[in-house]
Design a protein around this ligand. Structure first.
Ligand SMILES: C[S@@+](CC[C@H](N)C(=O)[O-])C[C@H]1O[C@@H](n2cnc3c(N)ncnc32)[C@H](O)[C@@H]1O
Length: 263
């Protein structure tokens, strides 16, 4: 349950019904600044899952290389990248409203024009809004590790998910993931190595140093304080068709309630 009532706060996380989700909507309170940011800046930055296929040239008002990041958290690292690479257009997708509020607040104050945001389930956005072969770079940094074995099915990185991202990448486009959980890094490596449409950029066919385009993220710093390592994986999309892999997951309809659950 989200803690803002629909009357006071009309901006809702968008998603379709599904049996396995990679997230829970946390009941974290929003600051006054984050709440106000939706009224001030959502019109400029916000995109809706329910508007269907996105035309990036119309959305951004220009043609430019397109970068998509899932799960930007509080958004500081995505904002830093949008500022550092003004020649690229950035799409961020996040289900956590306070993070979205913080990012659009800071982006709006900084006058950023190369950023758009979905406050929605990223898998739904990929399926319904993002055209095939249009992404130059895909970013997934420190996704929820779901470290208990019984929760591993909730990890967002699965063969079907990776194939879906491949279908959205241009040939030669980059798939970049990072995690601070060794077991998740090994899982990512296994899934990515098995995808025939991807080529590992690591000379050892495993991990790479943090590329210059990725700033440190909030969760990365948290992991470092806990003594975790960091594993970056960077792959290149090879030529070829990306037919969907059979999925254990069915998406069926709009939600009847505003949010799935709270932890
Ligand atoms: C552990 S946090 C990492 C945040 C940020 N990337 C960082 O490194 O600081 C993972 C984020 O992914 C978001 N997330 C998980 N599954 C998602 C999904 N299917 N669609 C959109 N966001 C998702 C969560 O809400 C959470 O904010």
């Amino acid at each position: 349950m989200q803690d803002e009532s629909a009357e006071e706060f009309p901006y809702r996380t968008e998603y379709k019904k599904k049996s396995i989700r990679s997230y829970v909507i946390r009941a974290g309170r929003m600051t006054e600044g984050q709440r106000r940011a939706f009224d001030t800046y959502w019109g400029k930055y916000g995109l809706s899952l329910f508007d269907g296929p996105l035309n990036p040239v119309e959305a951004f008002g220009r043609e430019a290389p397109l970068v998509l990041e899932i799960g930007f958290g509080m958004g500081d690292s995505l904002l830093a990248m949008a500022q550092a690479e003004p020649d690229k257009n950035f799409i961020g997708i996040e289900v956590h409203p306070p993070g979205v509020g913080r990012l659009i607040n800071n982006a709006g104050k900084a006058g950023i024009d190369n950023l758009k945001i979905y406050m929605a389930d990223a898998v739904d956005v990929l399926n319904d809004c993002i055209g095939d072969g249009i992404l130059d770079r895909f970013q997934l940094y420190f996704p929820d590790p779901w470290h208990k074995k019984k929760h591993h099915k909730r990890r967002i990185v699965q063969p079907q998910f990776v194939r879906l991202i491949c279908s959205k990448l241009k040939t030669g486009g980059v798939m970049h993931m990072a995690t601070d959980w060794q077991n998740y890094a090994e899982h990512m490596l296994e899934v990515l190595q098995a995808e025939s449409l991807l080529e590992n950029t690591s000379s050892n066919d495993d991990y790479v140093e943090r590329p210059e385009w990725r700033p440190e993220t909030k969760f990365e710093r948290r992991g470092q304080r806990l003594g975790h390592g960091v594993w970056d994986l960077v792959y290149r999309r090879l030529p070829g068709e990306a037919p969907a892999l059979a999925s254990s997951e069915e998406t069926v309809e709009k939600p009847s309630k505003p949010a799935p659950e709270v932890e």
